[in-house]
Design a protein around this ligand. Structure first.
Ligand code: SF4
Length: 508
């Protein structure tokens, strides 16, 4: 699942979005945006903007010196008694986690919400290997029961209403579940407590890895992060290499930006700092700690000097909340783990433009995402850059659009650069379109142009502008007069030459 080969068809996915989704999504995102606005206003724009700039600068510095900070992290985690593993891709990461689980005879695992483990399909790998694996974040618990992927980075079940969740609990858990959030949470809590106590292995990701002290930082509001990382005797963390940050000063900045942008809180209810396993039996916590550092395409992202800023993302979800496209289609339409504007720039780079080349076009380019992003990722610029990469290819990816479209675009570019070709080409197109023309419109065109006409008719090509220009503008009329004189002179010249030639032949 880490590198699917099936191209994502965003357009087809949007047509399959259930009609109730936009309303559910918009209710949740407008609530999140409202709480965000309140806490950001409290900080004041005069302090918020420099904070965003500091977040951007320190994240950019880190990904520019990723090799240094990752080796420092490995050193510090090892010094603290942990084990560090490097995984090139999702398959390798899953294999490492499975080997650790098998070597400890793990039968039951509990998980903290983690986009990196979603990205590599770790749950499927564990369950396929016979390990009972339970998501313990309430939203993830719900979507695991529903058997669907998360539809939002921080609120995975954002597309479901409380009635949907009550129905789900009744069907899957066989309980009498009223559509009341407090009671639904109580039902989930009772299930999860049993699982925490019975688990042999806890699995997490991390919001940040602090290189200078080898510490993972997990922020959450439900306390399940602490249960998963302290109760089971074994803790395995799978963390994308982009999550590393230099030091505690950097963490200070990012912890001011993340909760405010994500949930509209000054600080989340829990911030867990994990440095290696427990040091003694009296201390509690896991006896063994493993850190799997996941690449899965991130070093490929680094090769692109413009698009690499996608790796600055701290997964707050603010760009999703403010995106008009996301608000109308929800997360599943994006067809991969990351949805919304960040998904539209990250997925084509992680999965390749042949798989996710649709997504940079799933945007109105309104720019709201860039204004809300706490680390100032220039999302619209990256979207445009990736559109170019999809069309033309570059040093990272080849072009991903059909050769016929490339040929059409090249012919268009040539025609636009040569005025005479444009003018005569226009006349030819006018003739060619005649069988398809209905009045001023072309209601149905053959592939690939039918992608347009399936949604709306295309205006017929009239090529009348130049005629209009010549008829209405003095410059145009002058040019037309000059052309007519030139044509007349040419015609007279040619006729005279032909006559002379004919007369000479007759005399000869
Ligand atoms: S791109 Fe920016 S706004 Fe979007 S999730 Fe990442 S950090 Fe948040």
């Amino acid at each position: 699942m880490s590198r699917p080969n099936t191209p994502i068809d965003f357009r087809a996915n949007t047509q399959a979005v259930p009609p109730q989704i936009p309303a559910s999504v918009q209710r949740a995102t407008s609530r999140l945006l409202g709480t965000r606005a309140a806490v950001v206003d409290l900080v004041g724009d005069g302090r918020w903007q420099p904070l965003r700039q500091a977040g951007h600068d320190l994240r950019l510095h880190t990904i520019t010196h990723l090799d240094h900070y990752l080796t420092l992290t490995e050193k510090r985690v090892t010094e603290a008694g942990g084990h560090v593993h490097w995984a090139r891709d999702g398959e390798e990461a899953n294999r490492i986690v499975l080997e650790i689980a098998r070597s400890h005879s793990v039968q039951r695992a509990v998980k903290v919400k983690s986009m990196a483990t979603e990205e590599i399909g770790l749950n499927h790998a564990l369950i396929a290997a016979g390990i009972e694996t339970l998501e313990t974040d309430l939203g993830e618990f719900i979507i695991q029961l529903a058997g669907v992927a998360p539809s939002h980075i921080i609120a995975p079940a954002v597309h479901l209403t409380k009635d949907d969740i009550a129905d789900l609990f009744r069907q899957k858990l066989g309980v009498d579940a009223p559509a009341e959030p407090v009671q639904l949470a109580a039902i989930a809590r009772a299930r999860l407590r049993e699982a925490f106590l019975a688990a042999d292995m806890g699995i997490s990701g991390a919001n940040f890895m602090v290189a200078e002290i080898g510490t993972l930082v997990i922020v959450s509001n439900e306390g399940n992060g602490r249960m998963c990382t302290t109760l089971p005797p074994l803790h395995v963390a799978v963390v994308g290499i982009d999550k590393v940050i230099p030091d505690l000063e950097s963490l200070d900045v990012l912890l001011k930006l993340l909760p405010r942008s994500a949930t509209g809180q000054k600080m989340t209810s829990y911030a867990s700092f994990i440095t290696g396993p427990s040091r003694s039996p009296q201390e509690g916590g896991p006896r063994e700690f493993h850190l799997v550092l996941l690449d899965n395409g991130r070093t490929r992202v680094l090769r692109d000097a413009i698009a690499r800023e996608s790796l600055l993302c701290i997964r707050c979800g603010a760009c999703l909340n403010v995106c008009p496209v996301y608000n109308h289609v929800g997360g599943h339409a994006y067809g991969n783990t990351y949805s919304g504007p960040i998904g539209s720039i990250l997925a084509p780079q992680l999965l390749g433009v042949k798989v996710a080349g649709n997504l940079p076009f799933a945007s109105s380019l309104c720019g709201a995402c860039a204004e809300y992003c706490p680390v100032k990722i220039p999302i619209p610029e990256i979207l445009i850059h990736l559109r170019r990469r999809v069309a033309e290819g570059d040093q990272v990816d080849g072009p991903a659009i059909a050769p016929v479209l490339v040929a059409g675009a090249q012919a268009g570019a040539l025609a636009l650069s040569l005025p005479w070709l444009y003018e005569y080409g226009s006349q030819v197109l006018r003739v060619l379109q005649a069988p398809l023309r209905r009045g001023d419109w072309l209601p149905a065109l053959p592939p690939p142009a039918n992608r347009w006409t399936m949604a709306r008719p295309m205006p017929a090509f009239s090529a009348s502008f130049r005629q209009w220009w010549r008829a209405h503008r003095p410059e145009g009329r002058d040019r037309l007069r000059r052309r007519r004189i030139l044509a007349g002179v040419l015609a007279v010249g040619l006729t005279t030459a032909a006559l002379r030639w004919w007369l000479l032949r007759r005399r000869g």
